[in-house]
Write a protein that binds this ligand. Structure first.
Ligand code: AMP
Length: 432
């Protein structure tokens, strides 16, 4: 299967070849033909699967073929974070470089006036974070009444971040008749509810087995006392000569502190999180991509959507509270055929976070200790794993809420349930 077989315009093929893509990824193979046919699509795909191109390429093609000049946006992409929105925008720009579609991105944390000016000049594809979009709509600076295609990117994350009300408000500003695409890495009951509301007779395309981490990732748990973690991490980076690592902490404060401590130990590190200005975050990310810094310390929300190719090491300095976040985090490594390494530093107090992660993975992560460091005693009751390999086991999910997962602490867990299929629930397809 080639990009040509997918029916993509030669100018789009030229752009993807220029990016070095030789063949479409699974989600691209599955989703692009349906999107080109004008169908609503629910795409099960996480970052790293090529999902952005899976919607950006056909959306560009549809708009280009219509060749209709309009000042108002005709395609709207909603994304949960500024980083993801900026990245989706970059991809549209790159893929659409030989076409005539005008693309713009809008998100909060930066001056609104330049965004208003660009919107005034006319935009075909608008990539937006929900909050800033509603702000612009409230000022009558954007008119969404001509939107023909709506894309909800990382919809699961938007719900996790408490954007459901904003999404509903945006939906009310859109024309009833439109094509809808929804991408999500997970299928929680909340996502299914949203899908039922937004999608019309959708086709479901699934690119990665649900909640299954990248297969080419070596996962290791280092058991280490909490107060030794930072030294242990510095030791691993130096002794194993890691070229670069993306390190996750649970809190913004923890991210800052760790970046400072690593820098003191001679390892160039910077932190990105929600309290940093967009400019600072973009600069750190650019420096990391250019290999000017060796370690980027991030909270889950800030790291969401970051696209860094061939990242060799991802580190869980703190385990995430939500087991699915572990999958998202380690999905940052082992991409594009490379072998990745996901290292978790786990202290005694985190045992209760490790078990649900291993249940979700369906297997136990090998434990190791680091010579010269005090090991944590996280070994657990083998009975805890008894249901791990049960078919269709769904780990309980912590439901962190409204926008501040950066500071979240462990919350009571709620079991997932499988809702009954309704009439307009997405149906699976056996598309090639
Ligand atoms: P995404 O899942 O959209 O975040 O994409 C993850 C990475 O895969 C990005 O760096 C894309 O540039 C890259 N990518 C997307 N499609 C392909 C493809 N068909 N072949 C190789 N790389 C791709």
């Amino acid at each position: 299967m080639s990009f040509e077989n997918l029916g993509l315009l030669p100018s789009l093929q030229k752009s993807v070849f220029a990016k070095g893509y030789t063949r479409p990824s699974l989600i691209q193979k599955k989703a692009i033909p349906f999107i080109l046919q004008g169908k609503d699509v629910m795409g099960g795909a996480q970052t790293g699967t090529g999902k952005t191109a899976a919607f950006a390429l056909p959306v560009l093609q549809i708009l280009e073929k219509q060749n209709r000049r309009e000042r108002r946006p005709r395609a709207l992409v909603l994304a949960p974070t500024r980083e993801l929105a900026a990245q989706v925008f970059d991809n549209f720009q790159e893929y659409g470089q030989h076409l005539h579609q005008r693309c713009q991105v809008v998100f909060g944390g930066v001056n609104i006036n330049p965004q208003i000016d660009t919107l005034r000049r006319g935009v075909d594809i608008l990539v937006a974070c929900p909050g800033r979009l509603l702000d612009l709509a409230g000022r009558h600076s954007v008119d969404l009444s001509a939107v023909e295609i709506l894309i909800l990117d990382e919809a699961d994350r938007m719900l996790d971040m408490g954007f459901i009300h904003d999404i509903r408000k945006v939906l009310n500003l859109l024309p009833q008749k439109r094509q809808n695409l929804l991408f999500s890495a997970t299928y929680s009951p909340e996502i299914q509810k949203l899908a039922q509301k937004v999608l019309n007779d959708p086709v479901m395309v699934d690119a990665s087995p649900r909640n299954k981490p990248a297969e080419r990732v070596n996962q290791t748990v280092y058991t280490v006392a909490q107060n030794q973690k930072r030294h242990a991490l510095a030791h691993l980076i130096k002794s194993e000569a890691w070229p670069q690592a993306l390190v996750f902490t649970r809190t913004k404060h923890g991210a800052n502190r760790l970046a400072g401590q690593l820098t003191k130990q001679g390892i160039d590190a910077e932190a990105i999180h929600g309290n940093k200005s967009q400019t600072a975050r973009t600069k750190s990310l650019a420096r990391f991509k250019e290999n000017e810094i060796r370690v980027l310390v991030a909270t889950d929300i800030a790291a969401r959507g970051i696209d860094i190719n061939e990242l060799p090491h991802v580190v869980n300095f703190d385990l995430p509270n939500v087991p699915e976040d572990y999958i998202h985090r380690i999905g940052r490594t082992g991409r594009a055929g490379a072998i990745g390494n996901a290292v978790s530093l786990v202290a005694d107090a985190e045992r209760n976070l490790l078990n649900p992660i291993e249940r979700l993975l369906g297997r136990r992560i090998p434990r190791k200790i680091i010579d010269g460091f005090v090991a944590a005693s996280i070994e657990d009751d083998p009975a805890d794993h008894s249901d791990m390999l049960r078919p269709n086991y769904h780990a309980p999910r912590n439901n962190a809420s409204a926008g501040d997962r950066d500071n979240a602490i462990a919350r009571p867990q709620r079991r997932r349930f499988r809702p009954r299929r309704r009439n307009n629930t997405p149906t699976r397809t056996s598309a090639a």
